[in-house]
Write a protein that binds this ligand. Structure first.
Ligand code: IPE
Ligand code: IPE
Ligand code: MG
Length: 250
């Protein structure tokens, strides 16, 4: 891993910290292949997230937005939903101290009003406790739907009585506390588990994101895999509709 990380850093392109979003997919298949219940895959997925968080600042990531539970995931069997909510609560309770020590800030995006009260309360406590972290901003998407987030921002802006493009954009890109997000747009979107779709994740923010798909199932995704994905990102030429440095210099 070190070689990939240092090659990214050597070329000086990791100086500006990037926003990486991850669709952490493949937990269920990981468990099923081992003859274990799907919930065991989700528990293994939480472990994988720990390794990724530790490695993220070293590979130049400033903001990491991870998809933990989509609005459409409520359709899953109650036992699986309950297991996921339990894992989430334990995660934020257990990890808060480590996040504070590591200088990380945790915020949760998505709807709060349908979460079990104990989960919502634990999230609020963790957000307050980590509010001063600057080394890494971890954003966890829970009961999240990008389409719903866009519609909700339109609704909120309309209710405010000032429906301008600027007011809408401000609402759409603010966090739950109404604070503007540091990294509005995603630089690199990673999806594990082999599927090549967005599943309603960050549709607006990924307008110019580089997309990186890997067959690796989420519980197997390592710090080295993260470094490989970031190195692939730095090897790409982002043009944002222009001609790019190689052509415009001519
Ligand atoms: C991703 O893994 C985690 C959640 C959606 C909560 P899955 O549970 O979707 O795993 P697969 O895709 O069924 O393997
Ligand atoms: C996306 O994965 C949601 C999360 C990883 C939390 P899904 O497994 O729910 O997505 P689909 O059903 O394959 O599109
Ligand atoms: Mg899946």
């Amino acid at each position: 891993m070190q070689s990939v990380v240092s090659s990214v850093l050597r070329e000086g392109r990791a100086v500006q910290r990037i926003h990486v979003a991850i669709i952490m997919d493949g937990n269920g298949r990981w468990a099923t292949r081992r003859g274990m219940p799907r919930q065991a895959g989700h528990a293994a997925g939480v472990e994988a997230l720990g390794h990724i968080l530790e490695a993220a600042p070293d590979v130049g990531i400033g903001t990491l937005t991870v998809y933990a539970f989509s609005t459409d995931n409520w359709q899953r069997p109650t036992a699986e939903v309950n297991a996921l909510m339990g894992l989430l609560r334990r995660y934020v309770e257990k990890e808060t101290r480590r996040l504070v020590e590591g200088g990380a800030r945790l915020t949760v995006i998505g709807r709060r009003d349908r979460l079990p009260a104990d989960v919502a309360a634990a999230i609020g406590r963790a957000e307050r406790a980590t509010a001063r972290g600057t080394k890494l901003h971890l954003r966890v998407a829970v009961d999240y739907s990008a389409r719903d987030a866009i519609l909700a921002a339109a609704e909120t802006t309309a209710r405010s009585g000032e429906f301008t493009r600027e007011a809408f954009l401000r609402t759409l890109t603010s966090d739950a506390a109404g604070e503007p997000a540091n990294h509005r747009y995603v630089d690199l979107l990673v999806r594990t588990g082999g599927e090549k779709r967005l599943s309603d994740f960050l549709l607006w923010e990924c307008a110019y994101a580089e997309l990186y798909f890997t067959d690796r199932l989420w519980p197997d995704f390592s710090a080295e895999d993260l470094a490989t994905a970031v190195a692939a990102f730095h090897a790409r030429e982002r043009r944002f509709g222009g001609l790019g440095p190689s052509v415009s210099a001519a």
